[in-house]
Write a protein that binds this ligand. Sequence first.
Ligand code: AMP
Length: 455
Amino acid sequence: MTEKITAVKGMNDILPQDAYLWEWLEARVRDLMQSFAYQNLRTPIVEPSALFVRGLGEVTDIVEKEMYSFEDRLNGEQLTLRPEATAGVVRAVVQHNLLYDGPKRLYYTGPMFRHERPQRGRYRQFHQMGAEALGFAGPQLDAELILMAHGLWQSLGLQGVTLELNSLGQPQERQQHRQALVAYFELHQAGLDEDSVRRLRTNPLRILDTKNPQMQDLVNAAPRLIDFLGADSMAHFEAVQAVLSANGVAYRLNPRLVRGMDYYNLTVFEFVTDQLGSQGTICGGGRYDYLIEQLGGKPAPAVGWAFGVERVLELIKSQGLGAHPQAPDVYAVVPEMAQLPLAMKTLGALRAQGLNVQMHSPGGQSSSGPTPATTPVGQSSEPAWMQLGSMKSQIKKADASLAPFALIFGAEEVLAGQVTLKALRDGVGEQRKMPLGDVATWAKALQCELRPTGG
Ligand code: AMP
């Protein structure tokens, strides 16, 4: 047998037994976004590398180590598979001058790529759904976005999700804090690990993010950014908190919350859980008032978040929440080839009325090699695909599909201008003869019977 080709490490197929849950979640999030008047934006997966180098910051983990970058083999352009979506959204907003008639609320969904070490909850291709509000300066948008995400966890019924909140202030406040921080860590250099010594020169703020238990005391006693915030930054931060408190959204102030990209200022936040092992951040975001200008646009403030679809779905599954796979409404039983054209026409009429219909068809193998010139004695001369299976075996398949109804195209009934609708669950065994001349009417009635609320 030829050797199999498998997927790239850290990149997963989402199989049908899981994909229905993805579609379900995506639909829920789409409804949520629309209920807050956010509009969909779709940007390319591949962007110029410079977008991320300039947008996320040269000394971030993502840009330093995790980007899938390559050279266009024709023109030598440096390209990157997007590691996150905010930079691409901002590029598109600037390129198409989307803010010309006022601020915009946007959302997106799609795969992102980071060359990280794969583990539970951390993949090299993963998926995010995110929201960005561009052109708004006020704290009400920070609060709106946090309320949106919080509302999503609530509507999904998720337990054990905590909101962590911090303010990174404005660049000049950060600058002052950074100087104090560098002075502090230089004084205590003996207590720093190798990584942190390097970061002291490149990105001292990231030292605060260390997971090294031996450095926790040192980091806890370091100068806190919040103490360097001016009156405006504090007022902004307090206004966000006031809305959250008034809406009953619990949060924990985490002065060490810094996030992985350089573009943030003022509010930053993460939704975390302790139920997913080490990869417990399900959603992160914040304000990025300088990114639009940094990427060549007219200065405009913005704020946004993204959640990791894989992590949220893992939480949904582990808490026994979510939808069930959908069975078809009707399984069509077609015992003979002669009835097939009429059956397929009828099923089209059923689908036109909103019914989900699965037609019986036998499986098979692709034929390898030439067809034998003579049929071995004792075997049917019909090709396998003509042998549709007995009525009994087809009804068994209908039952296994979990469809509430089988629609039977038996030769005699079709001759009489009818088909049989057989109940497989409620009122099991009950049979109704349906006229082939007026499919739309009874199909519509059946659709109402199955979905009385129109859902
Ligand atoms: P970030 O863009 O790093 O703020 O990430 C936003 C969210 O995306 C995180 O909170 C995670 O839920 C998810 N995420 C980030 N990186 C990965 C990854 N490598 N694998 C799976 N999910 C991820």
